[in-house]
Design a protein around this ligand. Structure first.
Ligand code: ZN
Length: 221
């Protein structure tokens, strides 16, 4: 008999401002095997998140945010295939990122072998090189690769934002428990994709305003 549990309250932010100069959008594992009919490990709601992820990509590309894709990648005798059915065999159709979300030239694609996109990859190196402080993590699976990547980012003190409508899980329980952890444990912000606003905070502009004000004050004296 399944037990019924209550989902504790967690905040869904109705406005999240990010500085595109210090923010990266990370699209996790939106590959045919997980998203498309005929895939070997389809997440039922994943295809439905494509429009929300497209709008996040448009926001990121339009505002100059860094865009990163992760691509789960396995080969013969991969130990993960003992846990899950065979999936994302390198160079197969199922391994490829879905056509609708095709990475553009210059966008980083991180091939990863485990749930956490930081583990054994160059992801942290590039985020630090680019001065990224905030990561928007979306894609699939909410409670697995999105979750462990968001967790790993939070452990490294990146500011984590997860748009709920741009991520998908195998069950509603998995989605809710993951989002609750983002909020409660990682101090991240759960929101909707349409609530994210990219606003550049240029420290020089701020400084010149302060200087202007200081000049005005001294002039008035
Ligand atoms: Zn895998």
């Amino acid at each position: 008999m399944p037990r019924t549990v209550e989902v504790p309250e967690y905040e869904i932010h109705d406005k999240v401002r990010v500085d595109p100069g210090r923010t990266a959008l990370i699209v996790v594992d939106m590959q045919n095997d997980f998203v498309k009919e005929g895939g070997t490990l389809v997440v039922p709601d994943a295809e439905g998140t494509i429009p929300a992820i497209q709008s996040l990509l448009a926001l990121a590309r339009g505002s100059g945010m860094k865009v990163i894709f992760t691509q789960d990648t396995h080969g013969e005798d991969d130990p993960e295939w003992a846990i899950w059915p065979e999936h994302v065999r390198e160079d197969s159709w199922g391994w490829r990122i879905v056509d609708e979300l095709e990475p553009q030239d210059g966008e980083l694609v991180i091939r990863k072998v485990r749930y956490d996109a930081f583990y054994g990859t160059h992801l942290d190196h590039f985020l630090r090189l680019w001065g990224v402080e905030t990561v928007i993590v979306c894609g699939t699976v909410a409670s697995i690769c999105v979750h462990y990547t968001a967790a790993s980012a939070a452990l490294r003190w990146y500011d984590v934002v997860v748009p709920k409508d741009a991520t998908s899980a195998l069950t509603p329980f998995d989605l809710e428990s993951s989002l609750r952890q983002i909020d409660f444990l990682f101090n991240g912000r759960v929101t909707e994709s349409g609530n994210i606003v990219a606003e550049r905070t240029d420290p020089n502009v701020y400084k010149s305003k302060v200087e202007e004000a200081a000049e005005e004050v001294s002039r008035d004296r």
